[in-house]
Design a protein around this ligand. Structure first.
Ligand code: FES
Length: 87
């Protein structure tokens, strides 16, 4: 069984970004997934927008909910919009 992370990857911290990306699509770490499935795109846009506003990038959904929603997205190819809205 796949373990569920209790924290988001350190790569979300701007302190760990080699440079400040001018657009969200340049956040290449993909929240630790990197599969090319496009699941993370709205979340990366959200995190980038927070950073541009001078806020600490953060998602308001638990890592468990995020992971479960991503697994469901991979299985069904349908995104649960509530996860994006709640982030
Ligand atoms: S492309 Fe980022 S989670 Fe799949």
């Amino acid at each position: 069984m796949q373990s569920v992370p209790t924290t988001l990857p350190d790569t979300l911290s701007p302190a760990n970004w080699p440079e400040i990306p001018p657009v969200a699509s340049l956040i290449s770490e993909c929240l630790g997934a990197g599969t090319g499935c496009q699941w993370c795109v709205p979340f990366l846009k959200h995190l980038h927008a927070q950073h541009k506003r001078g806020e600490e990038p953060d998602l308001k959904v638990s890592p468990e909910r995020y992971q479960n929603a991503r697994l469901k997205f991979h299985a069904t190819e349908e995104r649960d919009p509530s996860v994006v809205d709640d982030a």
